[in-house]
Design a protein around this ligand. Structure first.
Ligand SMILES: NC(=O)C1=CN([C@@H]2O[C@H](COP(=O)(O)OP(=O)(O)OC[C@H]3O[C@@H](n4cnc5c(N)ncnc54)[C@H](OP(=O)(O)O)[C@@H]3O)[C@@H](O)[C@H]2O)[C@@H](O)CC1
Ligand SMILES: [K+]
Length: 470
């Protein structure tokens, strides 16, 4: 955003004009969503405080009861913050007075993008009072870029930011302190490359069969099964892919697992493979294949991945399909193609991308770099799942539930993504759809969730998204 602002300033737009737009947007946001009660505006010494002064004067014009407190005396304010404070004609009281002053809502305008250290003293005490807080840009005390609190920080019911989301608004732990986030357009022309996952992004692109569509037109998903004692993961993925809408789903099974798979599969088809050529042939007839869930950390799995990535078939790689490249990750990066999706958890991510998470400023940054290195779509699983494409676009999904932390959950996620890709959805969009649908399924089940429950939620969720009654 800074670059875009600089471009505007050098194009002649006054930075104070932007601050006024920001402050006015804050007043509108607060007044619309918290229409009653006495407002305590807490201003810092920089631009965040400046937004607070503008908002305070605007809220007073809306007949709101407003008191303003500032970390520094009025005469010490400089630049735009001083100009903004001049709009507030009444008293600016010392910040310490805010501790005991009566109020219903706090407008936190202490620090935003310029936070340089942990909150201390009165500011830290104010941040720990609780109550209803609306924050400007980010809750003070949180580093907007690393998405980490630097120490004590405000916990907001709502946060208003400008032009584009920052990592702190979508990544944990910071996102949990932001409350509902609203992005105000203040005329800064950024092309946002960080998005929050929602059906609003992709709902219209959900695949739908036409009246005369036949199953072969809805794509063919293949899922490679593990050995006899490890077949459940592939079946979870396969059934989820079928529910997501793939027209045909085949589990490719090694000979020893054929009976186990056969006794559990009905609509999902089953095909045996005993040697490399069998897998290669079977994979080539599919639109997309899922490889990795309980596949086994073995030379067979590695050969199967090489076979898949050397074919025309799109790939969703998870778990063991990634782990088998742990000591040779460059080979995997070379094989992956832009239409492929990999879905590592943090351990698998570290196996194939080394210390990227530690050397990047945040999880979004790390996932973006990974997508660029691997040249494919990367979905990094977690309570805040990050999906990145090699062009740098990233989506964060927090639409989930802690009950999803259970065996087989990731297999279902891969299955939904595979089902969408089978129907012609690109890997990035399919990953976004899958993570949201997976999260929504988990939320509907709640406590007691087991992975078998998840795909059963999909008909109702998908019908609702398609606007169809069941
Ligand atoms: N750019 C634009 O055009 C637009 C920007 N906008 C707004 O401006 C905000 C960014 O403004 P900003 O850069 O002035 O930073 P900001 O967060 O107000 O604070 C910096 C000051 O705080 C101080 N300070 C830091 N940490 C501290 C601590 N723990 N305890 C005590 N002091 C501490 C720091 O001191 P220093 O580190 O220099 O010692 C410095 O004096 C942005 O978030 C948005 O709200 C909008 O108007 C849209 C247009
Ligand atoms: K703030």
């Amino acid at each position: 955003m800074r670059d875009a602002e600089q471009a505007l300033f050098s194009g002649g737009l006054d930075s104070f004009e932007l601050m006024q737009r920001a402050g006015n947007a804050v007043a509108e946001f607060l007044h619309a969503n918290w229409p009653e009660g006495r407002i305590q505006v807490l201003c810092g010494p920089g631009g965040n405080g400046g937004d607070g002064f503008v908002a305070a004067s605007q809220l007073a014009k809306l007949w709101r009861d407003v008191d303003v407190f500032c970390l520094v005396p009025r005469e010490d304010l400089k630049g735009d913050a001083a100009k903004a404070a001049a709009l507030w004609e009444k008293d600016i009281r010392p910040l310490e007075d805010a501790l005991e002053a009566p109020h219903d809502i706090v407008l936190d305008a202490l620090f935003g993008g310029g936070l340089s250290r942990a909150l201390e003293g009165t500011v830290a005490a104010l941040s720990q009072r609780g109550g209803r807080v609306v924050s400007i840009d980010v809750p003070s005390g949180i580093d907007g870029f690393t998405a980490e609190p630097l120490g004590p920080c405000f916990r907001a019911e709502g946060t208003i930011t400008f032009a584009a989301l920052r990592p702190a608004h979508v990544l944990l732990p910071a996102a949990a302190y932001c409350g509902g986030v609203f992005v105000a357009d203040i005329g800064v022309p950024v092309k946002s490359r960080l998005l929050e996952n929602s059906p609003l992004l992709w709902g219209k692109r959900l695949p739908q069969p036409g009246q005369s569509t036949h199953k072969h037109q809805r794509g063919h998903l293949a899922v490679v099964s593990g050995p006899a004692h490890a077949t459940g993961a592939a079946r979870l993925a396969a059934r989820a892919g079928l529910r997501a809408g793939a027209g045909l789903v085949t589990v490719l099974s090694p000979p020893d697992a054929i009976q186990v798979n056969a006794s559990h599969l009905t609509a999902v088809m089953l095909k045996e493979f005993s040697k490399r050529e069998d897998v290669c042939d079977a994979l080539e007839t599919a639109t997309v294949a899922i490889l990795g869930p309980a596949a086994g950390v073995s030379s067979t799995t590695r050969e199967n991945v090489e076979c898949l990535l050397g074919s025309e078939t799109k790939a969703v790689l998870d778990a063991d399909a990634l782990t088998v490249f742990g000591d040779d990750s460059e080979a995997l990066h070379k094989l992956l193609r832009p239409s492929d999706l990999i879905t590592p958890h943090i351990g698998e991510f570290t196996r194939i991308f080394g210390d990227l998470l530690e050397t990047s400023s945040n999880k979004v940054d790390a996932t973006r770099k990974a997508a660029e290195i691997a040249g494919c779509v990367v979905l990094l699983k977690g309570a805040d799942t990050v999906i990145a494409s090699p062009d740098g676009t990233a989506i964060v999904n927090t639409h989930a539930t802690r009950w999803l932390a259970t065996a087989g959950s990731g297999d279902v996620l891969a299955g939904i993504a595979g089902g969408m890709i089978a129907q012609g959805v690109d890997a990035f969009t399919a990953a976004a759809m899958a993570s949201w649908l997976h999260g929504e399924s988990g939320r509907r089940v709640g406590a007691g969730l087991i992975s078998e429950d998840l795909e059963k939620q999909l008909p109702e969720i998908l019908s609702a998204l398609h606007g169809e009654k069941r």
